[in-house]
Design a protein around this ligand. Structure first.
Ligand code: SF4
Length: 360
């Protein structure tokens, strides 16, 4: 089994991946102390070298918080998880680097997805406006195409630290667009530690398990650089799967995802039509209870409903057969629509600011 960072297939065999790629599971103690729903609910499942970042948080010392999302489409609730995690570390006192990766989006995606650099810049404006509405400020983020010269010097310098055969061994192929996108991603993760930025210090990047090849390659390159960088740390979260039975929430399959730009009506329609763990008849469900463990609506709650008590109530009433799926979905529609209405108002106010971030 290999992990493919460009695939939309969800990883299912977690134990195999832990063993094969040498990841550490999160201890209950750390999950409890971080006290965020992504940790409490087992959505963040593994790490590479998180302890050094955890120690900095405990000592109230700075660390680098770096994440990037390719601007290849509109953000959906799956992307919101990356942003929620980024905002959590921002609140822990991090130095923040949120990369809106427009060059990466264009060079690593096929033309039918992102047809020009202009396209990815237009998506970048939309993505930045979402990020601002969710609580980031312009100084927490940058757009790759608008980044200073030192960053690009560094990205080219990195190209001498990874060989053709290493690249092929990690990714399974050599595709020039993806090679250039990868160099930018390594630069995204490590440039904050250069003396022109924060200087050497621990850094944290939250990624999906399928992105682990990037993590391994980045750490390998970091060891070869002449800058005494701390090895970048990574935490891994489970991808939220699509609303239908099958793969993860994906912008390329619009009915599997709720987009932050969906109207409340469109989002409700998707929730009401999603795959659930309900039984064939109401009688059966009352007698046997539902199956939240396979229900996509419950999964949406697990990732996004902030109130632990309400989540437990949904789970327990489902298992006991005390609530049927139609009524249960209505509860989710209510909080999702409320969120979308408020988010879209904030986003609208931030559009001008977002254009300035992207085009200067
Ligand atoms: Fe899912 Fe709710 Fe139905 Fe249970 S009752 S299967 S949680 S929609």
């Amino acid at each position: 089994m290999s992990l493919n960072p460009w695939s939309s297939d969800a990883v299912t065999d977690y134990d195999y991946v832990f063993k094969e790629f040498g990841l550490s599971k999160f201890s209950e103690k750390i999950s409890k102390e971080l006290d965020h729903l992504l940790f409490r609910r087992g959505i963040v499942i593994a790490h590479r070298d998180f302890q050094r970042v955890f120690d900095r948080i405990a000592l109230k010392k700075p660390f680098i918080n770096i994440t990037g999302i390719a601007s290849s489409g509109h953000y959906h609730f799956g992307h919101k998880v990356d942003l929620d995690l980024f905002i959590f570390f921002k609140k822990c006192g991090a130095r923040n680097y949120f990369s809106i990766s427009d060059i990466d989006a264009y060079t690593s995606r096929p033309d039918d997805k992102v047809s020009s650099l202009d396209d990815s810049k237009q998506f970048a404006v939309d993505n930045v406006a979402d990020a601002l509405a969710l609580g980031l400020s312009p100084k927490d983020m940058y757009v790759q195409s608008n980044k200073e010269t030192r960053f690009y010097e560094f990205a080219f310098e990195l190209s001498k630290k990874i060989t053709h055969s290493t690249f092929k061994a990690i990714y399974g192929h050599i595709d020039l667009g993806k090679v250039s996108a990868n160099l930018l991603q390594y630069a995204d993760i490590m440039h904050g530690q250069l003396k022109e930025y924060e200087g050497s210090m621990p850094s944290i990047t939250g990624i999906g398990l399928d992105q682990d090849p990037h993590a391994r390659a980045t750490r390998d390159v970091a060891r070869r650089l002449p800058y005494n960088l701390e090895l970048p740390s990574f935490i891994y979260f489970r991808h939220q799967s699509g609303l239908q039975e099958g793969s993860k929430m994906s912008a390329s399959q619009p009915n599997t995802a709720i987009f932050l730009s969906d109207s409340p009506k469109a989002a409700s329609k998707k929730i009401m039509g999603c795959f659930t763990g309900g039984r064939e008849t109401a009688e059966k469900q009352k007698k046997l209870g539902g199956r939240p463990e396979i229900c996509k609506k419950y999964e949406l709650d697990l990732f996004h409903l902030e109130d632990d008590k309400k989540l437990k109530d949904i789970h327990d009433k489902c298992k006991a057969g005390e609530r049927l799926c139609g009524q249960c979905k209505q509860l989710t529609c209510e909080y999702v629509c409320k969120f979308l209405e408020s988010h879209q108002k904030k986003k609208k106010k931030n559009m001008k600011k977002a254009e300035k971030v992207v085009f200067g």
